[in-house]
Design a binder for this molecule. Structure first.
Ligand code: NAD
Ligand code: TYD
Length: 354
């Protein structure tokens, strides 16, 4: 039995599905169901006794304590977070509340629970904290990729809140001996990603023949990783990672945003030739404030120490992702009703052109 937080979100849902398919042991899934959390992501587990869904906040310490007592998990895999940089620019408060205070609350309850365990459960317990490469800040074109030794330099409220949570996790290991492992991953893509993020937003807009809003000059670089590779990386770190260590997880797949959008357009041209060329929809809009120029992950430690490497090449992963969104338009329609429209208005209405 493991406790997963944020398991109704993009990576969390993929992780829960992957865990039950590969490990087969039960998961307690604690998720607040914010705009980003969606129980439909786990519809295929309905009726499966190995998935216990609990709607709740990681800041609800009494709830977390009772779940730990009741289910006696051998690990906590902590994914719950506010995760979108643009939202953190418009409204940073919730990022501090969930990412910083929420991680603190979870660590406190984990410490109390773990402290009372007896052997061998105590030595076997792990607190795995899922974080991001954005804590390292921005790279120049010729800089080496981020390693686990790169100094933290977060630039957005999102990145700063994740950096703060990483520091708390580190301190709980160093001070109290809590058996923690932290993973810092690059940009994920794949099924169930909320269409506020680059790839699903572009697919959705293209399907509706709406402009494809590229921030600034579109030359910002991200290192893309298919979400199934990330899930395998988390499982690997959980099973084989050394306590107190951090591991960088990345896709060895650096692309400019413009390259990603052009590749998406080409895939959509093949799938929907009557709408080709989709690239005519590309629209340059005002840049994101403080926009990080380049992220790149050096995942050598994962490879050499834990024998993990990404398996899905970007082009085939992107093709599969487009196919998933094309065959799940009802899912997209469901998650983009109501509050989503307000967000699109907030983020894009006053951008104008670049
Ligand atoms: P997401 O926004 O899709 O999902 C977050 C989930 O957390 C949602 O289901 C939401 O309901 C839940 N949640 C939010 N606040 C909560 C709270 N207070 N209590 C309980 N549940 C709460 O995010 P994601 O993209 O799946 O990211 C998951 C984790 O991975 C995050 O910690 C994020 O920082 C990290 N990460 C994401 C990426 C990426 O590319 N998406 C890359 C690296 C790391
Ligand atoms: P995003 O998916 O928000 O992830 P992150 O900011 O965490 O890397 O954005 C990925 C890149 O795409 C980032 O450089 C911002 C850019 N972007 C756009 O150009 N247009 C958009 O509409 C969005 C959402 C992102």
């Amino acid at each position: 039995m493991i406790l997963v937080t944020g398991g109704a979100g993009f990576i969390g849902a993929n992780f829960v599905l992957d865990w039950i398919a590969t490990e087969g042991t039960p998961v307690v899934n604690l998720d607040k169901l914010t705009y980003a959390g969606n129980p439909d992501n786990l519809a295929s587990l309905r009726g499966d006794a190995r998935h216990i869904f609990v709607k709740g906040d990681i800041n609800d310490r009494a709830l977390v304590a009772s779940l730990l007592q009741q289910h006696q998990p051998s690990a906590i895999v902590h994914l719950a977070a506010e995760s979108h940089v643009d939202r953190s620019i418009h409204a940073p408060g919730e990022f501090v509340q969930t990412n910083v205070v929420g991680t603190f609350s979870l660590l406190e309850e984990a410490r109390a629970y773990w402290g009372a365990l007896t052997e061998p459960a105590k030595s076997q317990f792990r607190f795995l904290h899922v974080s991001t490469d954005e804590v390292y800040g921005s790279l120049g074109p010729a800089d080496p990729a981020f390693s686990e030794l790169t100094a933290y330099a977060p630039n957005s409220p999102y990145a700063a809140s994740k950096a703060a949570s990483d520091h708390l996790v580190r301190a709980y290991h160093h001070t109290y001996g809590l058996p923690t492992i932290t993973t810092n991953c690059s940009n994920n893509y794949g099924p169930f990603q909320f269409p506020e993020k680059l790839i699903p937003l572009m697919i959705r807009n293209a399907l509706e023949q709406k402009p494809l809003p590229v921030y600034g000059d579109g030359q910002q670089i991200r290192d893309w990783l298919h979400v199934t590779d990330h899930c395998a990386g988390i499982r690997t770190a959980l099973h084989k990672g050394r306590i107190g260590e951090t591991y960088n997880i990345g896709g060895n797949s650096e692309k400019t945003n413009l390259d990603v959008v052009h590749t998406l357009c080409a895939i959509l041209d093949d799938a929907l030739p009557s709408h080709a060329p989709h690239a005519k929809l590309i629209a340059y809009v005002k840049d994101r404030p403080g926009h990080d120029r380049r992220y790149a992950i050096n995942a050598t430690k994962m490879k050499n120490e834990l024998a993990w490497s990404p398996a899905e090449p970007f082009e085939s992963g992107l093709r599969k992702t487009v196919a998933w969104y094309l065959s799940h338009q009802e899912w997209v329609n469901n998650v983009t009703s109501g509050a989503y429209r307000n967000w699109v208005e907030t983020n894009y209405a006053n951008r104008g052109t670049a």
